[in-house]
Design a protein around this ligand. Structure first.
Ligand code: ADP
Ligand code: MG
Length: 351
């Protein structure tokens, strides 16, 4: 179900990533209601695939029957494009590397308008205009366009952090909000989005097996920098940005006693596991996930993260001159970003 402009952008970003793109440009107008345009340099679709893309359940993800079970539990919908096209005016242009010419399809409120050849470079451009123009009740439910744009900016910045090999460029109402060109590590991306003062405080946790076929990789910002909400606790499961109360609690438990009550860490966690272990259907927007057998994974995750934080803590204190009390150090690290020369262009998600 298309809930708001944010849900459209999430689906389109994930499609571009699925297509193997390493450059994704997102442009929106009026909080995404007027326009959402996502351009990627992924593998694109040929004529037949583009025609199929808007058919319900025409997903390319089902290659073999046994995929069905796994996909059904996570990332499988195969309905994003038709659902979006039903509530907006859509134009999708795509071209594969093998084709000399691209193709374009136009759909208006779910009705097919046009299919034609068009000049195009390899990749895909999806344009979604006038979202919910045919469902006034849905449109009324949306908040101000700056609020909707803020949600989208936050999403894009999180994807930029979680996929550092992909360049993201994001423009809202003609103004550049984010461009990650030249920033190719999670550390650089976190510093760019959340403040350059935290780059030196990031504790990377190498990919660790936390159970059979289950892996954890993390970037934890040390306890000197905290926030007053969970907005910068970022979780990716199998490459998808997810919300998870379980993962939040696990992360916060790992920082336990290091940060004060009511404060929250800045951190990126990436988990990979078999898709059959995930259930995404507990939330209608399908961003809240449930991991089967999480009770077994949790202690291991806490152990790995806690060890990394305490090790960093010990190392830090061992090298700190005695004249620099920890409290002074803390104050330094928490200086407001306004005094920061290398301030990121992108500010929407700062808290
Ligand atoms: P799903 O992603 O679950 O398969 P979607 O409705 O999001 O379903 O997309 C339908 C299909 O259209 C995809 O399976 C894929 O084959 C194709 N597709 C969508 N977006 C892109 C893109 N940006 N690049 C290449 N192929 C795409
Ligand atoms: Mg999709």
């Amino acid at each position: 179900m298309v809930e708001r402009p944010l849900s459209v952008v999430k689906e389109l970003l994930e499609n571009s990533l699925d297509a193997g793109a390493d450059f994704i440009e997102i442009e929106i107008r009026d909080g995404g209601v007027g326009l959402i345009r996502v351009k990627d340099n992924g593998h694109g679709m040929d004529e037949a695939d583009l025609k199929l893309a808007f058919e319900r359940h025409a997903t390319s993800k089902i290659r073999e029957f046994q995929d069905l079970y796994q996909l059904h539990t996570f990332g499988f919908r195969g309905e994003a494009l038709p659902s979006i096209a039903a509530v907006s005016q859509v134009e999708m242009t795509s071209c594969t590397r093998e084709e000399a010419v691209g193709h374009k399809i136009r759909i208006d409120g779910g009705s097919f308008l046009e299919f034609s050849e068009t000049a195009s470079t390899p990749g895909t451009v999806m344009e979604v205009k006038n979202l919910f123009y045919n469902i006034p009740a849905r449109r009324k439910f949306l908040k101000s366009s700056s609020y909707e744009a803020g949600l989208i900016g936050d999403l894009v910045s999180k994807y930029a952090i979680g996929h550092p090999a992909v360049r993201f460029r994001y423009v809202s109402n003609g103004q550049l909000q984010l461009d990650t060109a030249g920033l190719n590590t999670a550390e650089q991306r976190m510093a760019y989005v959340y403040g350059s003062n935290l780059e030196k405080l990031i504790v990377p946790v190498q990919k660790t097996e936390i159970g059979a076929g289950r892996f954890l990789e993390a970037w934890l910002v040390r306890e000197e920098i905290t926030r007053n909400n969970r907005g910068q606790e970022v979780f990716f499961v199998n490459g998808r940005l997810v919300k998870s109360a379980e993962l939040s609690h696990t992360l916060e438990e790992s920082y336990y006693t290091l940060i004060a009550k009511g404060r929250f860490p800045v951190a990126l966690l990436k988990l990979t596991m078999p898709g059959s272990e995930l259930d995404v259907n507990i939330h209608p927007a399908k961003t809240e996930i449930k991991i089967n057998g999480y009770e077994q994974l949790k202690p291991k995750i806490v152990e790995v993260l806690k060890d990394a934080l305490w090790e960093a803590n010990i190392t830090k204190n061992a090298f700190l001159p005695e004249t620099i009390a920890p409290a002074a150090h803390r104050e330094e690290a928490q200086k407001p970003l306004s005094g920061d020369k290398k301030q990121p262009v992108y500010l929407v998600s700062m808290r």
